[in-house]
Design a protein around this ligand. Structure first.
Ligand SMILES: [Zn+2]
Length: 215
């Protein structure tokens, strides 16, 4: 069974997750660290729990979800695994955002492994299913662990909300299709770990989420 810990990093309050299993090997998902203090928080958690980072995953490449990828790479030698298509789309928006947030480094990964739906990512003795869940970004991914009933959904589905669809690659119909066809069938008791704000459950959102309920 997988255990997890959520951290909230950077001015966008992104949720960064560490998932681990009995082997104490772990996955780091959406590393949002930007300040030294945030890096220390993550690294000391990993150290004090004797975890061994084995994979670095990105649900999508919006700035707030990738800011700390290079720091994780330098510390643990991991290359990010993400959708290259999503990376390309986000790179196009980059200049605008870099200026807007006064950043002087290119946050979209310049190296990595291309991931797409239908594949699986292994760490320890666990396997996460990769789901294509586009619509918030061009080719966003979600990561599902069936046995633990956990879904890391990025900015696709939130507690009583959904991801914004006004950025490059965003499309409400595509997003709504991702939620209804990829996430809802996973089961009502699946816990959703979103990219921002609180955890929720598939069944709860199916019933109450004003954007996608009633399908
Ligand atoms: Zn996003």
């Amino acid at each position: 069974m997988i255990q997890y810990r959520k951290f909230i990093f950077n001015p966008f309050a992104v949720n960064t997750y560490v998932l681990w299993d009995e082997t104490h090997r772990c996955a780091i998902i959406d590393p949002g660290m930007v300040e030294t203090r945030e890096y220390s928080t993550l690294f000391s958690f990993i150290e004090s729990n004797k975890l061994e980072p084995e994979v670095l995953l990105l649900t999508h490449c919006h700035l707030d979800h990738v800011l700390g990828w290079e720091g994780v790479h330098k510390k643990y030698g991991l290359v990010p695994q993400f959708s290259f298509e999503d990376g390309e789309s986000c790179r196009r928006q980059n200049t605008q955002y870099l200026t807007m947030f006064g950043l002087d480094f290119p946050p979209i990964p310049s190296m990595g492994q291309d991931l797409s739906g239908g594949t699986a990512v292994k760490f320890g003795q666990s396997e996460l299913q990769v789901l294509d869940t586009p619509g918030h970004s061009a080719a966003g991914l979600s990561f599902f662990h069936a046995e633990s009933k956990l879904l890391v959904s990025g900015d696709v589905l939130f507690h009583l909300s959904i991801g914004r669809t006004d950025l490059d690659g965003g499309d409400f119909n595509v997003l709504s299709h991702s939620i209804r066809e990829k996430i809802f069938p996973l089961g009502d008791d699946v816990k959703v770990l979103p990219g921002h704000m609180d955890e929720t459950y598939v069944g709860y959102e199916k019933k109450h989420n004003p954007f996608v309920r009633g399908y």
